[in-house]
Design a protein around this ligand. Sequence first.
Ligand SMILES: Nc1nc2c(c(=O)[nH]1)N=C([C@H](O)[C@H](O)COP(=O)(O)OP(=O)(O)OP(=O)(O)O)CN2
Ligand SMILES: [Zn+2]
Length: 110
Amino acid sequence: MYTVIKRMEISASHSLSLSYPSKCENLHGHNWIITVYCRSKELDECGMVVDFSKIKKIVKEQMDHRHLNEVFSFNPTAENIARWVCEQVPHCFKVEVRESEGNTVIYEKD
Ligand SMILES: Nc1nc2c(c(=O)[nH]1)N=C([C@H](O)[C@H](O)COP(=O)(O)OP(=O)(O)OP(=O)(O)O)CN2
Ligand SMILES: [Zn+2]
């Protein structure tokens, strides 16, 4: 079994739609640290599970320097972002989304 781990930084803005008053409803930004985990028993014809550059391209093209409320149809919480990233990247089984030093979400496929 092979595991590939790709870590990248995304700068983007968002505002959250919440059922209670919160500063997070206001427009603000983060430098998200997103760590993507991919796993496979087999390698492709290039000897890879998935190219690090491909992972970065999939995530950064959609998210970097964007307003995430305009990119996604869902509320752009760290949880929803982590699940979305996991669904986009081939062989991905786990994604960590770190919004700040103290705030991290992990999504893992069942
Ligand atoms: N479970 C989640 N909780 C929160 C999310 C989230 O995505 N999932 N997101 C936010 C906001 O994005 C907000 O910007 C986070 O604000 P921040 O100031 O970083 O968080 P705290 O209020 O905890 O402040 P600290 O100073 O970092 O303790 C909010 N919650
Ligand atoms: Zn936020």
